[in-house]
Ligand binder design. Structure first.
Ligand code: FAD
Length: 412
């Protein structure tokens, strides 16, 4: 019998390149972009292998050395324009960095916000604010990686936040509470969204909110209390309590009352970058699962010979590759300054679903060994689960699409 028709159809092997003689090369989209950056990130990550992350995970400690290495190599300042000391490479480069970090088994959650939180200042801050802060963020002298939006009683409905900044002389006086504010203990500055006018007194619910830059070094102990919240993953997340915290008026970004708009475009960047982390996670799981399925022998043959084992891994690969295309599309729109809310949301949804499916498949492929800490799979499994909830719950992505794209009644 000759080769079966499937073999003639030129399947492309991700690691070996194109098999089939007649098919044009179909590059894996996520491997094509920024190969030098990817290679450099992989080399850096190789210095931080599984045991490093496992030890931190056990104690819920911050990966200080890893973040310092990324900062020193300039990977966290790729989005900052050259004029302010960054490399000004754009969102595509940033997605490549984060994807490779996650594919390597590391976790960018400890510092990814250092890349994009500064976008609020870059796009909406005054020249004086940009000059004062951005070069220091680019060099790593200032850590701007805390983003204070979520509150316990507002949930996803950001217009319900109650943390209030009242004008008093040349300061704002802030009172309220925030929850799930990650990296607050490891940030020198924080982008804080608060109300400066009551919701009821504002023309629209999204009016009357403002963005303040809080200097955490001065604030802590002087009106700001930070309480770490232990979670199922090592994410340095916290609860914040504001009691008459004074923030100089010069730290107001843009115009008072317009803060909600300022953080929205930052959220698009965040969603695209988190989606890139999901692609990296999915790749990690697919790499591990396919390798194990080739090697592990049960009943006298590799488990990967069983379709019940092989097909879910192949499906995970399809989902990951499709999601990666969406991430690239969203990043390209963002870089071009085009509206990208729909694409950013879709990238985040399909990315987080692809990584979660790959995680579950990888765990299942490893049988009991998947549960052992030393394989790093259970850690990554816990880490990637977050992305279906944060930075936006997937239900809310669907609600956005249902209303804004498909014209159905608003459900939120
Ligand atoms: C580890 C971690 C780190 C985080 N870091 C930060 C941070 O640094 N800064 C920050 O500001 N926030 C942060 N968050 C908060 C995160 O963005 C929110 O948890 C997330 O947006 C969901 O909001 P919520 O938890 O209030 O859920 P809720 O809004 O209470 O929703 C609960 C559930 O109900 C569903 N739901 C709610 N409304 C609807 C609706 N209308 N239709 C359908 N389903 C609905 C949601 O999908 C969700 O599954 C973090 C969260 C976690 C867990």
């Amino acid at each position: 019998m000759g080769p079966c028709v499937l073999e003639l159809c030129a399947f492309r092997d991700d690691t070996a390149g194109l098999d089939g003689p007649q098919m044009p090369a179909v590059p894996t989209p996520t491997q094509e972009t920024f190969p030098e950056i990817r290679e450099a990130v992989r080399k850096l990550c190789a210095r931080f292998p599984g045991p490093y992350w496992r030890a931190l995970d056990r104690e819920r400690e911050y990966p200080t050395e890893f973040v310092a290495a990324l900062t020193e190599a300039g990977f966290l300042s790729v989005l900052i324009p050259e004029a302010y000391g960054g490399s000004g490479l754009g969102l595509g480069a940033a997605t490549a960095v984060l994807e490779e970090i996650h594919r390597s088994g590391c976790n960018g959650g400890a510092c990814h916000a250092q890349m994009y939180t500064m976008g609020t200042i870059l796009r909406h801050g005054s020249d004086a604010q940009k000059e004062a802060w951005l070069p220091k963020v680019a060099s790593g002298e200032l850590r701007l990686q805390a983003f204070g939006v979520t509150e316990p009683d507002a949930g996803t409905d950001t217009t319900r936040i109650a943390t209030f900044a009242r004008r008093d002389g040349d300061s704002y006086v802030v009172n309220g509470r925030k929850l799930w504010i990650s990296r607050a203990e490891h940030s020198d500055l924080m982008v804080l969204l608060c109300r400066t006018a009551a919701r009821d007194a504002s023309p629209k619910p999204s009016d009357g909110m403002s963005v303040l830059i809080v200097d955490m070094r001065e604030a802590r102990g002087n009106g700001l209390t930070i309480r770490p919240v232990r979670t199922m993953l090592n994410h340095a997340t916290t609860e914040l309590f504001f009691e008459d915290l004074r923030v100089p008026m010069e730290n107001l970004v843009g115009e008072e009352g317009n803060g909600f708009r300022y953080i929205l475009d930052g959220m698009n960047a965040e969603r695209i970058l988190i989606a890139a982390e999901c692609i990296g996670d999915a790749r990690f799981f697919i790499d591990r699962a396919s390798a194990y399925a080739r090697e592990r022998e049960v009943f006298g043959r590799p488990i990967g010979e069983n379709q019940g084992v092989q097909f879910p891994i192949a499906r995970a690969y399809v989902q990951m590759t499709s999601a990666a295309l969406m991430v690239d599309r969203a990043a390209a729109l963002f870089e071009a300054g085009e509206p990208c809310g729909t694409e950013a949301n879709m990238a985040k949804l399909v990315g987080s679903e692809a990584s979660w499916f790959a995680a579950d498949t990888c765990l299942q492929t490893h049988g009991g060994f998947g549960f052992a800490e030393e394989y790093d799979i259970e850690r990554k499994f816990r880490e990637t689960r977050l992305y279906q909830v944060a930075p936006i719950a997937n239900n809310l992505v669907l609600a956005y699409l249902g209303h804004h794209v498909l014209g159905m009644p608003r459900s939120y």
